[in-house]
Design a protein around this ligand. Sequence first.
Ligand code: NAD
Length: 221
Amino acid sequence: MIRVGVAGAAGRMGVAVCSAVDGAEGMELTARADPVLGVELASVLGDCDVVVDFTQPDVALGNALACLAAGVHVVIGTTGFDVAALEGVGGANVFVAPNFAIGAVLMMRFAAQAAAHMAAAEIIELHHDAKLDAPSGTASRTAELMAAASGRGAPVIHSVRLPGLVAHQEVILGDIGQTLTIRHDSMTRESFMPGVLLAVRRVAALERSPLVGLEHLLFSD
Ligand SMILES: NC(=O)c1ccc[n+]([C@@H]2O[C@H](COP(=O)([O-])OP(=O)(O)OC[C@H]3O[C@@H](n4cnc5c(N)ncnc54)[C@H](O)[C@@H]3O)[C@@H](O)[C@H]2O)c1
């Protein structure tokens, strides 16, 4: 049994993660940390093998460092914090994904492939209006992958924040007389849960840490 704690347990994503962990084979939900619940992460680390963090950009790094100092592996979904600050920090493993939805990972991969063959591209990312960071972690990561694949500068990113949205992204590539649009939509937060549970199962055995991107757990190349 993997003992799993959730940081940000009262948040939109945290609630979905708690219920996914609760229903998953081989896992036990042992802690729900959130100031809203009056539970500090530091006070529950002894009950956890893995902590899943869906909190805020300004607290995710501190939470991760506390986990590592306690020898607890951490799976981070929070976006908009400095992952590089976790380089070289030992104690346990860190896995970070700007997007845990398989469709979004495929969208990023196809966009990078297409970027090598089309003249130019722009990214439109659309999220609910309570999202704290812009551009989204997914859009920044897509731009990074497209820049590496094309050898050009990173595509411009446009951010839309509106009630009614969950998490959506469109990559539009243009060339002479044609465009190609690659779009992914997360309609519900359940879309992220298979990826989160996969990361919880794999984080203890990572060959490097921090490891960024669900593609590393899904694809052999
Ligand atoms: N990687 C992905 O696939 C993915 C998908 C959706 C959202 N996100 C990201 O996840 C994060 C959370 O999103 P959300 O919509 O659930 O936000 P939210 O505001 O609904 O929830 C965040 C929760 O974190 C809690 N929190 C604040 N400080 C804390 C601390 N020190 N310890 C523990 N909990 C703390 C808050 O009280 C709140 O309940 C955001 O950064 C968002 O961009 C990532």
